[in-house]
Design a protein around this ligand. Structure first.
Ligand code: 1PR
Length: 535
């Protein structure tokens, strides 16, 4: 095509590249999908957002001549932008379920992050970059943060140093971007990195002559602590999807004839939180345990519309499990999750079904591969699977009264109890199960969860702060990132949870919906306290 507004996209169908499509469209470009190797050779500019695992991606490229076309396109110095796995595939090989051979354009082996020095894997979140050479597409970044999500990375060496345009630190120094002539690739996700990320795409897409501004220096930063806005969504009594918020999971108004509390429209609020600087937005379909989520067309519509304007990661949860509908048609939890990924979710969150899976796994010690966590992480990667834990405190006088891990409380219980264990619940807190938050967290990590969203029913909606004892126990027990949730009332609660625990992120709902504390004030407070955040 000769049309300057057309971008060719290589999407081999392994996962969700909807956010890349949304970002390209948002910048005013049209997308032409690669169907044959010839489409690659004829592209004016090509974007390759690699998704999924390394080996299956290479299989697709090797099977149909796409890989060969890609190599010749790159060797001819044609405009190219690889994203995430689209960077890794350019290297010689990867250790991901391997060694597996890559396209071999850049010397080096892609290896797994070493989690032994306390660095959680996957590497999820926002870092600033050490920009090492003129890269043009990174010119607007400076000291601002970009979003990463990956467990494997390429490392700088003498053999590949002429390719490197920026690096980043996470345990080791790794390659954040490469550039040679018109060929660019980035390990981070520009389509999920807010304004800064959109500027990277814009600089790649627009002709050089139309670009202004000059390169700003950047210095690598630590991984930033994330601030997440959460929208609990359900249909109200009129059947409209609304953002609601409970007190200890009770979402009904107490005065007004028990109506579902309505705090706004999901798409609008998501857009507002994005503009306010939220690092991520989560939607929890809180009646998903009861209703069939795929019957919930409005929820899919909410995701589709939100993802058109929100360029940070979106998580969606509620009702992810194997399901048989009224007509007897069976849907695997993977199919249910795929329906959420397709309209724009970057991660899905599993609640009740994770509890069942963990109980089963602890009983049998066998990984069947059939749980929703295993099914979804196998196809979309661990980083796409969040487990939402909904525990309730059970006070104890004597920790040996239960078989579950208990903790000595900082503040004793109502009858002076010094200990508590945290009982997992399902179905929105309605049913307690014989498993503790600690046991669940460890089990789901082994099953392949990439992150834990740690709620606490006792603290939910109370505005008295996060349950520091609980967050500390869980974030010390696992090596995947933990999101602290429930109870935020003021900015200080965020600095408290980050300074006293190993939480990677903190999530709040009520204070943002009621406009008591804007996201921006939380960020400014954290910055003032010397905590690394994305501003
Ligand atoms: O079990 O896989 O169908 O998933 C259901 C999901 O819906 C779970 O993630 C569960 O946490 C959530 N959920 C179910 N019922 C409710 C409810 O409130 N009645 N909401 C519910 C959970 C908790 C947090 C909340 C924080 C912060 N919401 O997400 O946003 O506690 O609130 P705060 O800052 O106002 O204190 P499945």
């Amino acid at each position: 095509s000769n049309d300057d507004s057309v971008v060719t996209l290589l999407d081999y169908g392994a996962g969700n590249v909807r956010s890349v499509r949304n970002a390209i469209r948002h910048l005013g470009f049209q997308i032409k999908d690669v169907q044959t190797p010839k489409d690659i050779l004829n592209a004016r500019r090509l974007i390759f957002p690699g998704v999924g695992a390394f080996a299956p991606a290479m299989d697709v490229l090797n099977d149909n001549g796409m890989g060969e076309a890609l190599c010749s396109y790159i060797q001819n110095d044609r405009p190219f932008l690889g994203i995430c796995l689209g960077l890794q595939l350019l290297f010689e090989s990867s250790d991901e379920n391997g060694p597996v051979g890559g396209l071999g354009m850049i010397p080096g082996v892609v290896g797994r992050f070493d989690s032994s020095h306390g660095f959680r894997v996957p590497h999820i979140g926002w870092n600033a970059l050490q920009i090492t050479k003129d890269s043009e597409i990174l010119d607007d970044i400076g000291n601002r943060h970009v979003y990463f999500v990956h467990s494997y990375r390429a490392m700088p060496s003498n053999e590949n140093k002429e390719w490197i345009s920026s690096t980043c630190n996470y345990g080791d120094e790794f390659i954040a971007s490469v550039r040679r002539g018109n060929v660019h690739a980035v390990q981070f996700h520009p389509e999920k990195s807010g304004d800064v990320g959109l500027s990277v795409l814009r600089r790649f897409l627009l002709p050089k002559s139309s670009l202004t501004g000059k390169r700003t220096e950047g210095k690598a930063s630590k991984l930033a602590k994330r601030v997440i806005a959460c929208l609990d969504v359900r249909a109200n009594d009129e059947g409209d999807l609304v953002v609601t918020k409970g007190d200890q999971y009770d979402v009904r108004e107490h005065a007004e004839q028990s109506k579902v509390r309505n705090l706004g429209k999901p798409v609008e609020l998501a857009g507002q939180y994005y503009n306010d600087g939220a690092d991520e937005v989560s939607f929890l379909n809180i009646t998903g345990f009861r209703d069939f989520p795929l019957g919930d067309v409005p929820m899919l519509q909410v995701l589709r519309r939100a993802s058109e304007n929100v360029f940070v990661p979106l998580t969606v949860g509620g009702g992810i499990r194997d399901f048989t509908d009224l007509n007897g048609r069976y849907y695997s939890s993977l199919e249910v999750a795929s329906e959420y990924f397709r309209p724009g979710a970057d991660k899905i969150s599993v609640g009740s079904d994770a509890v069942h899976a963990a109980e089963e796994y602890l009983k049998t010690k066998v990984k069947t591969g059939k749980s929703s966590i295993e099914q979804i992480s196998r196809v979309y990667g661990n980083q796409a699977v969040v487990v939402s834990i909904d525990p309730r405190r059970v006070y104890l006088n004597d920790p040996s009264d239960v078989e579950f891990k208990s903790i000595k409380l900082t503040t004793p219980g109502p009858n002076g109890e010094e200990y508590a264990w945290y009982q997992c619940t399902i179905n929105g807190g309605r049913e307690g199960r014989p498993i503790g938050a600690y046991e669940l967290a460890k089990a789901v990590e082994e099953l392949g969860a990439g992150e834990i969203l740690l709620n606490c029913i006792d603290c939910d909606g109370q505005g008295k702060g996060f349950d520091i004892d609980l967050v500390k126990m869980i974030s010390d027990a696992v090596s995947i990132p933990v999101i602290a949730s429930s109870g935020a009332g003021v900015s200080e609660h965020f600095s408290d949870v980050f300074s006293k625990t190993n939480a990677s992120a903190a999530l709040a709902a009520g204070i943002f919906h009621r406009k008591e504390v804007p996201v921006q004030s939380v960020k400014e407070h954290l910055l003032k306290e010397g905590i690394e955040v994305r501003i």
